[in-house]
Each structure stands twice: as structure tokens, then as C-alpha cells.
Write a protein that binds this ligand. Structure first.
Ligand code: FAD
Length: 376
């Protein structure tokens, strides 16, 4: 039986993708939700996001499918290339599961859409609310407050995020083409991912291993020449794309371990607050959206709040941990050096020719997962 969310008072901290999605899902099932966001406005960095079908199913269930389609573009899959731009393997992910949408979208468009959905569902959004030392009193408090969560340490004790040894430049360039693939270019200790967004833009994420980053802080604007210099050895379309970059930001990629405790009966965490990940499976926001649905479904189906939150953690922690391991493995595979790189690329190439299903099916467990079908 469902319906246990009717008229429940719930406070959500954080208005990123996790917070907006969970607030919307809860309010659509009758909860009275207040969302507290530190920033003066709900925004996202100027960059792209890949939303695979496992999260798309949630957004569609929240009634956002058509609006999402209007501001995103569809991906047919991923093409892996070597540093010179020669194709190593093609993964036609969409053709493998007809009807399932792999979407590519500007982050700001997704946040706009979620904010509208949250307000329509009756969520009260309070901006400029920095929840620092003291957590607000609430029958249920949900921490969707990202990497530097204030709720996570209440549940798990204090812990500093650690630097992963990887940095990422992010840039947008104009792109009038209709290229439907996300394209990955792999070089020693670095790789570049690029895909088109819905609004005539192409997104570029260029990742470089750089163990000396720590002193430089979390993120800042950078000189595009630094990006071009780091990827000067790359061929194919990469030099042309990089010549168009006139503004770029750089991020140190920091992480926490997957939190041991996601809830204590009256407080819970989701998204990056619970499990920040390297972006190499493009699943960080996607996992946050899955979390939001499952947390809502548990609270709606199980009357006893501590039991509902315990079920949420039991369903989510193993899956998030497995996805994060897959992203860590991609960091190693994409950045192979020396002879290992040649062997690795030859191996992927051979596998994609001789047993395409094996390579293509490797991540079925990620993309074919349906949060709506989960047994609560
Ligand atoms: C280079 C790169 C590429 C990526 N690409 C993809 C991709 O293609 N697909 C994908 O799924 N994921 C991707 N990700 C991951 C994704 O961006 C994150 O996992 C996701 O945005 C996390 O969302 P969140 O809402 O949990 O956290 P956040 O986006 O960090 O949101 C937290 C919110 O809480 C607010 N907040 C924080 N502290 C407080 C406080 N004390 N009081 C009040 N408010 C507070 C913040 O202002 C913010 O609005 C990528 C990440 C990177 C770095």
C-alpha cells in the first residue's frame, strides 16, 4: 500500500539535481516539502550532462518527458577513439534498447525544468538559506547538499573529501552538426569526452591526471591555451574543437568514499552528499535521480519512517557503490600509458569486432535498471 507521504512535512537541504528531483517526487505524492538552498538563485555550471535511460525513466514518471525532449538531444551511444582520433570501438547503446532515451542536455536547462516541476508540485523553495552549523528541526530532513554536505558528517562523523588525482576542464563550443554520438578520445594520463547538447552547443570535458593540483582549490576559470597545450597531441576533430574554446573552467575532482550511513531514522542523504563519483560513467546526477525516486517510493510505501529509510539505504548503497567502482575502472582504462595502452586499445577493438555484444552489454546492469520496477 502506498499513500504514507500525504501531508508529511519534509525539509530538503540543497537545490541541485538531487534536491530538486527528490522535492518534486515527494510533493507529487502529497508531502509538504520545503527546500532550502544556499545560493541566491537555482543555477548550474555552464556545461553538459548525459542522462541515461535509468534516470530518464524517473524523469518521465515525474511527467517531465516531453519538456526534457524539447531541451535535450538524443544520443545513439559512445564512440571510443585513440589519441590520433582513430576509432577503437563503437557502442550503439540506444539501438540495443529501442525506445530507451539516452539524452544529452545543458545542465541549466535540466535545473530550470526541475525547478518548474518542483514549484508546480507545491514545493516551497527558499533561496539564500545557508544551513551551516545547526541543522533545522524537521520530522524528516533530507541532505541533498552535495560534496560538502552538512548532513553527511552528522550521520558519519567528520571526513575531508580527498583529491582523486584528476582534473577536468569543461567548455562549451558552438556546433551546428547533428552528430548523435558521445565521443571519447583516450591518451596517456588524459582523455577527452565530447557530445552535442540540445541548443546548438557541443560540450567538452577534458580530464588530465595531475597529482599536484591540491593547492589550487576546487575550481577556477583557466586560460584555454592550457587546455590546448595539454591535449596538443590529440588528432581527429579534437584540435578543431579546442580551437573554438574561448572560455574554460577547470575543476579538481574530489571525492568521498560512499557513506557508510545514509540515514538515522529522521535524516537521510542522497546524491553527491552520499556518494560523489568520478564522472567517467556519466552517472553522478543519474544516481542522484535514481536515489530520489527510491527514497520517495520507500517513504510512500512503508509507514514507519525509520524502516522506510533503512530500506532506502539497503536498496541504494550497493548499486551506487558498484557504479562508482565502474567509474574508477574507466579512469584506469581511459588513461593507460605506454605498451599497456596499445594492448588495451587493441583488446577493446578486437572485442568490439569479434564479440560486440560482450562489450556493448557490459553496462546493461546500469542502463536497463528501472527504478520504477524496484521491489520496495
Ligand atoms: C566534469 C563532470 C562531468 C559530469 N558529467 C556527468 C554526466 O554526464 N552525467 C551525470 O549523471 N553526472 C555527471 N556528473 C556528476 C554530477 O554533476 C553530480 O553527481 C551531480 O550534479 C550531483 O548533484 P547533487 O544535487 O547531489 O549535488 P550538487 O549539484 O552539488 O548540489 C548541491 C546543492 O546544495 C546546495 N548546498 C550545499 N551546501 C548547502 C548548505 N549548507 N545550505 C544550503 N544549501 C547548500 C548547493 O548550493 C547546491 O545547489 C559530472 C561531474 C563532473 C565534475
Amino acid at each position: 500500500m502506498t499513500g504514507h507521504l500525504q501531508n508529511r512535512n519534509i525539509t530538503v537541504i540543497g537545490g541541485g539535481i538531487a534536491g530538486l528531483t527528490v522535492a518534486t517526487a515527494l510533493a507529487q505524492r502529497g508531502a509538504r516539502v520545503t527546500l532550502l538552498e544556499r545560493a541566491p538563485a537555482l543555477t548550474e555550471v555552464g556545461a553538459g550532462l548525459q542522462i541515461s535511460p535509468n534516470a530518464g525513466r524517473v524523469l518521465e514518471a515525474l511527467g517531465l518527458g516531453p519538456a526534457l525532449d524539447a531541451v535535450s538531444t538524443r544520443s545513439e551511444g559512445v564512440v571510443l577513439n585513440d589519441i590520433r582520433g582513430r576509432q577503437v570501438a563503437m557502442l550503439p547503446l540506444a539501438a540495443r534498447r529501442p525506445g530507451a532515451a539516452f539524452r544529452m542536455i545543458h545542465r541549466a536547462r535540466l535545473v530550470e525544468l526541475l525547478e518548474r516541476a518542483a514549484r508546480r508540485a507545491g514545493v516551497t523553495i527558499e533561496l539564500g538559506q545557508d544551513i551551516a552549523a545547526a541543522l533545522p528541526e524537521a520530522p524528516l530532513l533530507i541532505g541533498a547538499d552535495g560534496l560538502h554536505s552538512v548532513v553527511r558528517p552528522v550521520l558519519n562523523g567528520p571526513e575531508q573529501p580527498f583529491f582523486t588525482g584528476q582534473t577536468a576542464w569543461r567548455a562549451l563550443i558552438p556546433d551546428p552538426t547533428d552528430d548523435p554520438f558521445a565521443r571519447v578520445f583516450m591518451g596517456p594520463g588524459r582523455h577527452l569526452v565530447s557530445y552535442r547538447l540540445g541548443d546548438g552547443l557541443r560540450n567538452i570535458v577534458a580530464v588530465l591526471e595531475r597529482p599536484d593540483w591540491v593547492a589550487e582549490g576546487w575550481s577556477h576559470r583557466d586560460d584555454p591555451e592550457n587546455l590546448r597545450a595539454a591535449f596538443a597531441g590529440f588528432g581527429g576533430p579534437v584540435p578543431g574543437w579546442l580551437s573554438l574554446v574561448d572560455e574554460v573552467g577547470i575543476w579538481g575532482l574530489f571525492r568521498h568514499r560512499v557513506a557508510a550511513r545514509w540515514q538515522d531514522g529522521s535524516r537521510a542523504i542522497l546524491g553527491d552528499a552520499a556518494h560523489p563519483t568520478l564522472p567517467f560513467m556519466a552517472q553522478g546526477a543519474v544516481m542522484a535521480i535514481e536515489d530520489a525516486w527510491i527514497l520517495t517510493a520507500c517513504l510512500d510505501a512503508i509507514a514507519d519512517q525509520p524502516a522506510a529509510l533503512a530500506r532506502y539505504q539497503a536498496l541504494r548503497r550497493p548499486r551506487a557503490s558498484r557504479v562508482i567502482e565502474a567509474a574508477n575502472a574507466n579512469a584506469r582504462n581511459y588513461h593507460l600509458k605506454g605498451p599497456l595502452r596499445l594492448i588495451g586499445h587493441a583488446g577493446i577493438g578486437a572485442l568490439s569486432r569479434l564479440a560486440p555484444g560482450a562489450l556493448l552489454g557490459r553496462y546493461d546492469w546500469i542502463y536497463d535498471y528501472d527504478p520504477l520496477a524496484e521491489t520496495i
